[in-house]
Design a protein around this ligand. Structure first.
Ligand SMILES: Nc1ncnc2c1ncn2[C@@H]1O[C@H](COP(=O)(O)OP(=O)(O)O)[C@@H](O)[C@H]1O
Ligand SMILES: O=c1ccn([C@@H]2O[C@H](COP(=O)(O)OP(=O)(O)O)[C@@H](O)[C@H]2O)c(=O)[nH]1
Length: 246
């Protein structure tokens, strides 16, 4: 497999559940899945090992269910199960594109998907299979952003890529504040101090602790993923020190 043409050999890509909805208000749009499978396939094609975490926000979120009257832990369990459904749909799309993939779940689900096992996950990645880590961390009160950072650190990915609706981290939520400006790069401390809402703070703390860089970018720009693994600077990079400080 070619290795010279890329900066990263192993990445952890986090897709928000809402991305899978496409134009719909709920559920999964197979056209979006196929598009994502194509982008992921391009990475695999240049020899990048890809771990994937998909959110569940297109189906259920614990906090929203709680606000509607359900018990919070029950709601979080439903949210985690939603991520397994999204993972199954993504595996299906990857397989239709002839990309080998595995789904692992933090919650044992014998006969449906493999139980998460770090050593096995690394072996699958090394064999060029896309590994989809589902059911978040397996614990309530966490998010799939934290799950993505956790799995990224565990499997020794070199970068966590957070694909989202906005094209990076801004001084304020750009959906609400039109005067917000985008950062090209940011330290973990700045993201935490300024409480920049694009990623949950638990996830950023974890990355700071383990020096795991995170790049936030917009997925619907064709070719963005390949560009990033080749060293492109799409979106915003969050890391320990700013490159221009060094
Ligand atoms: N400082 C910020 N910079 C960029 N986006 C922000 C910021 N604060 C809040 N956001 C919001 O965070 C959202 C991205 O979060 P994401 O995790 O993808 O969505 P979700 O919360 O649906 O999972 C963006 O749609 C954006 O509106
Ligand atoms: O480790 C985890 C990960 C997720 N969740 C639940 O699963 C839902 C879906 O995940 P998330 O909101 O992160 O999805 P996204 O916003 O990325 O689509 C969350 O709201 C939580 O209720 C959880 O309880 N523990």
């Amino acid at each position: 497999m070619p290795t010279k043409d890329k900066k990263y050999k192993r990445i952890l890509l986090k897709l928000s559940g809402e991305e899978l909805m496409g134009e719909e208000g709920f559920g999964i749009d197979p056209k979006v899945l196929d598009k994502m499978a194509l982008e992921i396939g391009q990475l695999v094609g240049i020899g990048v090992q890809v771990g994937l975490v998909i959110g569940g926000g297109n189906l259920f979120r614990g906090a929203a269910l709680n606000a509607a009257g359900l018990d919070r832990v029950t709601g979080d369990h439903m949210g985690m199960l939603a991520t397994v459904m999204n993972a199954l749909a993504m595996r299906d799309a990857l397989e239709r594109s002839n990309i080998s993939s595995r789904v692992m779940s933090a919650i044992p689900m014998s006969g449906v998907v493999d139980h998460y096992d770090r050593r096995k996950a690394i072996r699958f990645l090394e064999a060029g299979e896309v590994v989809i880590f589902s059911a978040g961390t397996g614990n309530p009160f966490f998010t799939t952003d934290s799950a993505a950072c956790l799995r990224g650190i565990e499997v020794e990915a070199e970068l966590v890529l957070k694909a989202t609706k906005v094209d990076g981290v801004y001084t304020a939520d750009p959906m609400k504040d039109p005067t917000a400006t985008k950062y090209d790069e940011l330290t973990y401390d700045e993201a935490l101090e300024k409480k920049l809402g694009v990623m949950d703070l638990t996830a950023i703390c974890l990355c700071r602790e383990h020096d795991m860089p995170v790049r936030v970018f917009r997925m619907d720009q064709a070719g963005a993923l390949v560009s990033i693994v080749r060293g492109g600077n799409e979106g915003t990079l969050i890391q320990e020190t700013l490159d221009n400080d060094q």
